[in-house]
Design a protein around this ligand. Structure first.
Ligand code: SF4
Length: 185
């Protein structure tokens, strides 16, 4: 099944209560052959209105950080742990994550990326059962797949001193991708 078919299922989905107040589900966007998937927490107000991931201020910061590290937003796939906005931007509940995460797992299988970047604590907890971003950000973690946790751009907006950390982590990501290409040559 390709990512378009998965997106079509997400748009029809009513598996958890988040469908009750969402305006538009946000399946994610990016190329099906992306080498990197970024996983955030959940759509925010602007994403819910438009149906696209990371388009508000946090999304602008993500795009800028990618560019400053020599990467391009259009080359990566961007999505969230849950695909519908939690009311008032609260954290998604465990039952909502359990209902929604099979979509993310199927997106990961369809894209088969070289690395999955986990943006913030909710994504880190959902995929790696870790909770402290400050201990693991910028590190390559091998489990069933290859992961690299990073700070969520919204956290960086709240704490501007983290901006240089985020850009350095993006540079680590670019070096990981370059090294991975060299290993294949
Ligand atoms: S959050 Fe996920 S599981 Fe819940 S309704 Fe939206 S797409 Fe379905």
């Amino acid at each position: 099944m390709d990512i378009e078919e998965i997106a079509a299922e997400i748009i029809r989905c009513r598996k958890c209560d988040l469908h009750l107040e969402r305006r538009k589900p946000v399946p994610g966007e990016g190329p099906e052959d992306a080498k990197v998937i970024f996983v955030g927490e959940a759509p925010g107000k602007e994403e819910d209105r438009v149906g696209r991931p990371f388009i508000g201020r946090a999304g602008g910061l993500l795009t800028d950080s990618l560019r400053e590290a020599g990467l391009r937003r259009e080359d990566v796939f961007i999505t969230n742990v849950v695909k519908c906005r939690p009311p008032d931007n609260r954290n998604p509940r465990r039952d909502e994550i359990s209902s929604c995460i099979p979509y993310l797992e199927r997106q990961i299988t369809a894209i088969d990326p070289e690395v999955i970047c986990l943006l913030g604590r909710v994504a880190l907890q959902a995929l790696l059962k870790e909770t402290t971003v400050s201990k693991v950000h910028g590190k390559v973690i091998q489990r069933d797949r290859t992961y690299m946790p990073m700070y969520h751009p919204a956290a960086v907006l709240r704490n501007p001193e983290l901006r240089t950390v985020m850009i350095e982590d993006m540079r680590r990501l670019r070096r990981f991708l370059s090294d991975s290409n060299s290993r294949k040559d």
